[in-house]
Design a protein around this ligand. Structure first.
Ligand code: ATP
Length: 580
């Protein structure tokens, strides 16, 4: 845990914190130990207790001062080094990571990292580390002190250390095991609950709601059982630990009394010793609570590491960095796969001249979107190269590549703010006139006119207060505002109704004018305007795709071949609308 923590917040601070807390715990132990001679002196001969009292007070003040200083320092580390610095590091890393890194699972991990995990980690420096150091350092100091009073009592304490250490280890393993059991069950139950909420129309229509939905009931019942099992798993070693502690205390009490009765130990020393042992047991007993906390912290630290440790795509060095002056795009002998051993594209060669529109077509899963992602450098190719204006995209600094390309996807995500702010995101310094012009070109003006608050309409989380076609128009207006010379359009009309599709298809003609455009399309109406069509065909049995045919729409249809067959099949399936 400490290694993970120091990787994240800097080893110097963590070391300083451990040293200060250990010193504070030693001072606490010494202060407690001084109670023995003080109480002895006080009860035997109160006049001689003065010097012990002074020593006790000095140690006590030193302990409290160091403890307070260390606590304040640890709160500063928790707030600035752990919480603020980690959020900043995550935000910076998110900006550096290739777009291909992001998927639903990783996005959920980021959301959880900056909310739940940060909260857990904020306790490490200020609560977990001090509690554990105190729980284990104070008893060690006490054992050393007890040696001077009676070595047999110290021996009992030393013997107890081994089983205590063993059961502490068991508690940590059990906390991990219990957490896995609980997490698995609660994830399943949460998944079923979300499914239940999403499927309400189907469940109501089929009368399932009245009868009860077995899958959800089973998942909730399994979660109950899992929680009970987790409690059992955690409970056993915790019980063992607490029992060992109590037995140790009882044995010390019995042995101490025995020594008092035999005259080996005086009653006052025995009384003082028992007061201190009882005081020492309390942090040890409380450390049970921190076994789960340590586990949660380790899980949170690993999750943070998986984000801040993720590798961004290499940036070109200052000597290598080149900014292309032209916008022709070419792929030469490109091989690519997302996962090792599962190639998606093989030997892809294609060239798109500057200012032309290339349509990518092919069966589902043939790698059309992947080609767009490689041009936008979401990932790097496995072999071959992708070039813009004759420059390998790996040599173009990321911010330049981003400035040169606009991407419009089928699923549009809008920020929970106004339409105006969502469009302006593409170019924050755009004037209101430029926004109006972009809206007109994107046919967004019709949507804005129909809304009571116009440009200032709040679109809701993800833009869900707008329809799919309306969101798409906002995203196209962004592309107009950004005015990048290369456009990557991924199936932007495939999920739209006839009216929206017609509006967006007509917009595309304006949008693509004078730019180098790649479009993944399923509709012939989109493909018809392309200068060239590239047909990607995967090898049988899920093998990688290659460029099977390439040519202008007329050449394609005249030549028959794969594309013509595909167009016909799609049209027969009602997907293609062939218009002349
Ligand atoms: P569609 O027309 O259905 O959208 P497509 O031709 O655009 O498909 P791609 O989305 O490029 O195909 O996917 C090509 C292959 O790569 C598919 O087998 C897909 O499962 C796989 N794939 C796509 N994205 C990822 C990813 N992020 N991680 C792993 N595999 C992926």
């Amino acid at each position: 845990m400490l290694k993970l923590l120091s990787d994240l917040v800097g080893i110097r601070e963590v070391r300083a914190l451990i040293v200060f807390y250990t010193l504070a715990a030693v001072l606490e132990g010494v202060t407690l130990a001084l109670l023995i001679p003080f109480l002895q002196a006080f009860l035997d001969d109160p006049a001689s207790a003065g010097r012990w009292l002074i020593a006790l007070c000095v140690m006590g003040v030193l302990f409290l001062t160091l403890q307070t200083y260390t606590m304040l320092r640890s709160y500063r580390i928790s707030v600035y080094d752990v919480c603020d610095a980690l959020i900043t590091r995550i935000a910076n890393r998110v900006l550096e990571l290739p777009l291909g890194w992001f998927n639903a699972r990783r996005e959920a991990r980021i959301a959880s990292a900056v909310s739940r995990e940060i909260n857990t980690l904020s306790h490490i420096a200020s609560i977990v580390v001090p509690a554990i150091i105190t729980a284990f350092t104070v008893p060690i100091v006490m054992i050393i002190a007890v040696v001077f009073v009676d070595w047999t009592l110290a021996l009992v304490m030393v013997i107890a250390v081994l089983p205590l250490y063993w059961s502490w280890g068991r508690m940590r393993t059990a906390a991990t095991e219990a957490s896995e059991i609980e997490t698995a069950a609660s994830t399943t139950a949460a998944g079923r609950l979300i499914e239940y909420a999403r499927l309400q129309p189907v469940l109501r229509a089929t009368g399932v709601v009245q009868r009860g939905w077995g899958k959800l009931d089973d998942a909730l019942a399994e979660e109950d059982v899992a929680v009970q099992n987790a409690l059992k798993v955690k409970g056993r070693p915790a019980m063992a630990y607490a029992t060992i502690l109590q037995i140790t205390f009882a044995v010390l009490l019995a042995l101490g009394l025995y020594h008092v009765l035999n005259g080996r130990l005086d009653a006052v020393a025995f009384f003082a010793l028992m007061v201190i042992v009882a005081r020492m047991i309390s942090p040890l007993a409380q450390s049970v609570l921190y076994a789960s906390e340590i586990h949660n912290s380790v899980v949170a630290l690993r999750s943070m590491h998986s984000i801040v440790g993720a590798e961004p795509l290499p940036e070109p060095s200052a000597e290598e960095a080149t900014i292309p002056t032209r916008t022709a795009v070419s792929l030469t002998n490109v091989d690519f796969g997302y996962d090792a051993g599962r190639p998606v594209l093989k030997g892809i060669n294609l060239e798109a001249a500057e200012g032309t529109m290339t349509a990518l077509v092919g069966p589902s899963g043939s790698g059309k979107s992947t080609v767009l992602r490689l041009i936008g450098r979401f990932w790097d190719v496995d072999s071959g190269c992708v070039e813009i204006g004759g420059v390998d995209v790996r040599k173009i600094p990321t911010h330049e590549l981003m400035a040169m390309t606009s991407m419009v996807f089928q699923d549009v995500y809008l920020f929970d703010t106004t339409i105006r702010e969502n469009v302006r995101l593409a170019r924050p310094d755009a004037t209101d006139e430029e926004l109006e012009r972009a809206a007109k070109l994107a046919r967004l003006d019709q949507v804005i006119e129909a809304l009571p608050h116009g440009w200032d309409t709040q679109v809701g989380q993800g833009g869900l207060k707008l329809s799919g076609g309306e969101r798409q128009r906002v995203s196209i207006a962004r592309a107009f505002i950004k005015d990048a010379p290369i456009l990557l359009l991924d199936e932007i009309t495939s999920a739209l109704d006839g009216e929206n599709e017609a509006a967006i298809t007509s917009v595309m003609r304006d949008l693509t004018r004078g730019r180098t455009v790649f479009v993944v399309a399923h509709r012939l109406s989109t493909v018809r305007d392309a200068d060239q069509i590239v047909f990607l065909d995967p090898e049988p049995n899920g093998g990688p795709a290659h460029v099977a045919e390439c040519g202008s729409p007329d050449e394609f249809l005249a030549a028959g071949g794969l594309y013509a067959e595909f167009a016909e099949a799609s049209s027969a399936a009602g997907r293609w609308q062939i218009t002349s």
